[in-house]
Ligand binder design. Structure first.
Ligand code: AHN
Ligand code: ZN
Length: 354
């Protein structure tokens, strides 16, 4: 006995059929363009297509080497501006970069911190191909915070932090990038800038009203007075707290506001390389980090790769501005994800693939 089929169902099936047919045709077209293209780019039906050039991979970023660079900084102790540990670490950073870069500049000066005290600072600038006109800026801060004012124990609030993640991690990644650039030279200019006095901002316990712009003093100075007159870079990438396990670099607000096309470049490469967990397409809050002044004062579109939590009670990693920010926080897996991603940006930029 023939079963009655409702009319509506027939037409739905027909629609589906047409849909599958369309998909089949599309599939043929794709196959025709990608697989059946001869080396000259001529397809079977006589049209010419440009074969998609596979984008190149960067040299290997060594996570172990980056980890050792972070540990070396932490071994100096807290790197608080004005202390002997800070001075010793500076000397080591300068001589390390001198071994890798074409030119290293120490930009020295003095700034007034939140409590009125004047302190000396040194921004360290390591340049590759200083004469090249197309340049990329890579940066991090190298000083550490004098106060663990977010520590659970108020007795620790006046003590300095070790700053393995904040910001030994960013500096460690940049040192490893410098080492790789030395043995695999590029034609474009690369400036690695290590800012001083980023983390001397007004602590929560300081008396009186909250003051504006007390963080990022080294980068505020550099943004107004770059190390060379008329300095220009195509774009910048700031690394801040890039070493903790399972770090998630949500898209920081000012990066999106001032440099969304650079966010796109960096995050898409991170995802392509398999680091999608670390580089989620998820918006985070704006942070007044060094890149804020690089964007608004120096006018260089700069993104901040910064670990941002999304747990409702803290913006940063739980060790942030506490005595817990030591080597136990640092995970080479995260250093690798960040370093390999940034290296790939640099080498693709060099080859004109971005
Ligand atoms: C502010 O919260 C104003 N600045 C955070 C920038 C920072 C501090 N990065 C590391 N330590
Ligand atoms: Zn900090």
């Amino acid at each position: 006995m023939a079963r009655k089929v409702p009319i509506g169902l027939i037409s739905t099936n027909m629609k589906q059929l047409r849909y599958y047919y369309l998909l089949l045709c599309l599939g043929c077209l794709v196959a025709c363009n990608s697989c059946e293209t001869d080396p000259n780019g001529t397809t079977g039906n006589g049209t010419t297509v440009t074969p998609a050039k596979p984008k190149s991979q960067a040299p290997d970023f060594s996570a172990d080497s980056a980890y050792a660079y972070v540990k070396k900084q932490v071994d100096f102790g807290p790197r608080v501006p004005g202390t002997p540990e800070h001075a010793a670490c500076k000397d080591w950073l300068v001589s390390s970069f001198e071994a890798y870069a074409d030119r290293v500049i120490k930009q020295e000066g003095a700034v007034q911190v939140f409590d009125g005290k004047k302190i000396n600072f040194t921004n360290i600038i390591a340049s590759f191909n200083p004469e090249a006109t197309t340049r990329i800026l890579l940066c991090a801060h190298w000083d550490t915070r004098p106060f663990a004012d977010h520590d659970q124990d108020p007795a620790n609030h006046q003590k300095p932090i070790l700053g393995a993640n904040d910001a030994g991690s960013g500096v460690g990644v940049l040192l490893e990038i410098a080492r790789v650039l030395k043995s695999n030279p590029v034609k474009i200019g690369v400036d690695i800038v290590l800012f001083d006095v980023e983390d001397y901002g007004q602590p929560d316990f300081a008396p009186g009203p909250r003051k504006a712009d007390t963080y990022a003093l080294g980068s505020q100075y550099w943004s107004k007075n770059p190390h060379v007159g008329g300095y220009q870079a195509k774009y910048g990438i700031l690394l801040d707290m890039v070493g903790a396990s399972n770090s998630r670099f949500r898209i920081e607000g000012y990066s999106n506001q001032f440099a969304s096309n650079i966010v796109q470049k960096v995050w898409s490469i991170g995802n392509e390389l398999g680091y999608g967990f670390n580089f989620p397409y998820e918006n985070g809050p704006p942070i007044q980090d060094d890149h804020f002044y690089i964007n608004t004062v120096a006018g260089i579109p700069t993104v901040d790769i910064i670990h941002l939590e999304n747990n409702g009670y803290s913006t940063f990693h739980s060790s942030w501005h506490t005595l817990k920010d030591d080597m136990s926080v640092i995970d080479p897996t995260t250093l690798k994800a960040v370093g390999q991603t940034v290296l790939t940006v640099v080498y693709r930029e060099d080859r004109g693939e971005l």
